[in-house]
Design a protein around this ligand. Structure first.
Ligand code: ADP
Ligand code: UDP
Length: 238
């Protein structure tokens, strides 16, 4: 499978067309951004790590009945995926308070919720990804009611599957962002990535941050944290 035209270059990945119009190739970059692109930098080796981690977690989800875009890892940085029309919603699940939740509601980080929370942000860099509810998404025609229900049900199941798997590897899943897409026949699938760029991972014992917060907050040890997650989750694979 070969890349043809570049379709899109985002902040963390490039997307290429292939000879098969149902498929595309995503290529993971080392560039990192935070605060809606205001902070820019490089996390060396991140593209390779996020590619491999995402694919491992997408395979786990497929095995557990979640339809995903994953087809085949081509090489260190590139993966063949099903091409989807992305629903422009960032779907966020939280198990523990952190980040914008802690700030918005004036609580400290680390409050463990009795049940996970669910929220959408409108995927729009120009608007700074504003928080939105179902009614807003419906009013703007971003998705239908049944699609929102499907997305919500998948998101909670994905949380259960990922939480359990990560815990087995000494990682607490604090919160994460998902993106879903539509196939030409209307099927909703999980797309984009699942990585330390898009999740908050804490060491289960020490609560040390093993994710992009190390970059966002200039905590140092950014590359080492990404490598540690890779080691814990794929250490026994090649
Ligand atoms: P951003 O667009 O936020 O800067 P990236 O740099 O990660 O993000 O770019 C990857 C882009 O590819 C995103 O816009 C994402 O929505 C899109 N994408 C992810 N998976 C698929 C897919 N299976 N089909 C089509 N587009 C996808
Ligand atoms: N997130 C993401 N992309 C975004 C915004 C958030 O992947 O554009 C992830 C983020 O890594 C975290 C979760 O979604 O795991 C919740 O992020 P939050 O709303 O707390 O925002 P942040 O503190 O990242 O601004």
């Amino acid at each position: 499978m070969e890349k043809t035209a570049q379709l899109y270059e985002g902040k963390a990945k490039k997307v290429f067309a292939t000879a098969d119009e149902r498929l595309c190739i995503v290529s993971y970059k080392d560039s990192a951004t935070a605060f809606n692109g205001e902070k820019k930098g490089t996390i060396y080796g991140k593209g390779v790590i996020n590619n491999r981690l995402t694919n491992r977690l997408m395979r786990l989800l497929e095995e557990n009945g979640i339809p995903t875009h994953f087809i085949e890892e081509l090489n260190d940085r590139e993966t063949v995926v099903r091409k989807a029309a992305i629903v422009p919603l960032e779907v966020i699940i939280r198990n523990i308070s952190a980040g914008s939740f802690a700030k918005r509601f004036g609580v400290e980080e680390g409050v463990v919720f009795e049940s996970p929370t669910f929220e959408f942000s409108y995927k729009s860099d120009a608007l700074g990804d504003p928080l939105m509810n179902d009614y807003h998404a419906l009013a703007l025609g971003l998705a239908t009611e049944p699609e929102l229900e499907t997305i919500r049900a998948y998101a909670f199941r994905i949380n259960d599957i990922l939480k359990a798997f990560l815990l087995e590897h000494g990682i607490t899943l604090v919160d994460f962002k998902l993106e879903f897409g539509r196939l030409p026949d209307g099927t909703i699938i999980l797309a984009d990535e699942i990585s330390p760029d898009t999740c908050r991972f804490w060491d289960v014992r020490t609560h040390e941050k093993l994710d992009k917060d190390r970059f966002r907050r200039d905590l140092g040890g950014v590359e080492a944290a990404y490598e540690e997650v890779l080691r814990r989750l794929l250490g026994d694979e090649k």
